[in-house]
Design a protein around this ligand. Structure first.
Ligand SMILES: [Fe+2]
Length: 292
């Protein structure tokens, strides 16, 4: 075992960086993990925010049953982009068949934590790569544990006392002018929600910063004009290379990320000529909180 390789109980893994990510070796996700091995894997995810398993040949049923061990799964509102017969699997793809997109395309090019604008944002996702391009299409991640720990003390103390108002319809209006406006029902289903800007990870007890360049309208008790420059400063800080890992995909890669301690974004690729096909399951989470 090399110096960078570790063993956590039965699992062999290599750290991807010194601040986030671990590649797990010797697991076939088509074979159910024992209770003990799954508990180890879950703990590794909580500690490292991101797990990579390479060379998988995972069936939709295996992906669903593996993902369910973390918790209930979200069924995406865009059911037309879910896999036939498997509403838990959301297809992310630029591929067009018979004149129609087979999956959601684009992907957010700005950092975010999935579903941060709802009361109980998702715990995390399992993202499986079936096809990707040689160039572009990477996914970048930020460790919000590392960001929290590295913030200047004064700013961290301030942030620890703040709540941010996440407002999906407001964000949609200012950032998606090219898309059709939300319907009255969609707006009614996504009222503004406040979350603490520093949250306690329920499994590790560690604190992570919790904010994002999109969806935050203002800090509670402050105007948008007062809030946005501070948010810009915080986001610029988080995007420093020392907190960022960019994953270059290979077919057969499975990434599991923990939304409670990370942000991610999609990187662009040649959507006209390249083919990308990913299967995603999204695990339901709990309401963010901060221990006193
Ligand atoms: Fe996302």
């Amino acid at each position: 075992m090399s110096a960078s390789e570790r063993a956590h109980e039965g699992l062999q893994y290599t750290e991807l960086t010194n601040f986030m990510g671990a590649e797990i070796h010797g697991i076939d996700l088509n074979v159910p993990l024992s209770e003990g091995a799954f508990a180890d894997l879950r703990r590794l995810l909580a500690d490292h925010s991101l797990l990579l398993l390479r060379n998988q040949d995972m069936s939709p049923d295996s992906q669903i049953s593996f993902s369910r061990r973390f918790g209930e799964l979200e069924e995406h509102v865009l059911q037309n982009f879910c896999l036939d017969g498997h509403p838990e699997i959301f297809v992310v793809s630029n591929i067009i068949e018979n004149g129609e997109h087979i999956g959601a395309y684009g992907g957010s090019k700005e950092y975010h934590s999935d579903l941060a604008y709802i009361e109980a944002p998702s715990l995390g996702s399992v993202f499986y790569c079936l096809e990707c391009t040689e160039v572009g299409g990477e996914t970048s991640f930020i460790s919000m544990y590392a960001v929290h720990d590295a913030l200047p003390e004064e700013r961290r103390t301030w942030l620890t006392q703040q709540k941010a108002v996440f407002d999906y319809p407001w964000n949609h209006e200012i950032r998606n002018a090219h898309r059709p406006p939300l319907t009255a029902a969609q707006i009614a289903n996504t009222p503004p929600v406040s979350h603490p800007c520093v949250r306690t990870h329920p499994e590790t007890g560690r604190r992570a910063a919790f904010y994002s360049p999109i969806w935050i309208r203002n800090f509670e008790g402050m105007s948008e004009e007062e809030s946005q420059p501070i948010l810009d400063e915080l986001c610029e800080f988080a995007m420093r290379p020392e907190f960022t890992y960019t994953h270059k995909w290979q077919p057969g890669d499975v990434l599991i990320w923990d939304n409670r301690s990370s942000m991610h974004k999609a990187n662009p690729f040649d959507e006209k000529n390249g083919r990308r096909l990913m299967h995603r399951t999204t695990i339901c989470g709990d309401r963010p909180y901060l221990d006193g």
